[in-house]
Design a binder for this molecule. Structure first.
Ligand code: THU
Length: 134
């Protein structure tokens, strides 16, 4: 599926965002190495322990058995586009340090980024394995 269609899918997912506290609605879609798609939206709560759209989509994919996610598309209404938060970047890093990340807005303006650009000198699973006695 091309970026335009994936952005449309993320825009649809964004409609399910539950963001009564921030009013910042986010939609996401991930593509697995097998071509499956999983969507997500941000889900807030009154204790301010909400989840980002990216992580909802990633966790949906993983909990359905996906092993590798090759692409993440995230949509906000932000004219200047908005990149994944720090926690999401680390979660992305865990599951594919080469993941392609498309940040887009509801006008379908978009930019393609790599995780390396978002999280340089990252800490990943293999970093632990180099430890003493690991
Ligand atoms: N949010 C996301 O869904 N993705 C991000 O990468 C940044 C922030 C959500 C979390 C919260 O519901 C709202 O946006 C404001 O931070």
């Amino acid at each position: 599926m091309d970026n335009n269609s994936l952005i449309e899918k993320a825009i649809e997912a964004r409609k399910n965002a539950y963001a009564p506290y921030s009013q910042h609605r986010v939609g996401a879609v991930v593509v697995t190495d097998k071509g499956q798609l999983f969507t997500g939206c941000n889900i807030e709560n009154c204790a301010f322990l909400g989840e980002c759209a990216e992580r909802v989509a990633i966790y949906k994919a993983l909990s359905e058995g996906a092993k590798k996610i090759v692409k993440l598309v995230v949509v906000t209404a932000n004219k200047d586009l908005s990149a994944p938060c720090g926690i999401c970047r680390q979660v992305i890093r865990e599951f594919n340090s080469k993941m392609e990340i498309v940040i887009a807005n509801t006008e379908k303006k978009f930019k393609v980024l790599t995780l390396e650009e978002l999280l340089p000198y990252s800490f990943g699973p293999e970093s632990l394995r180099h430890g003493q006695g690991a």
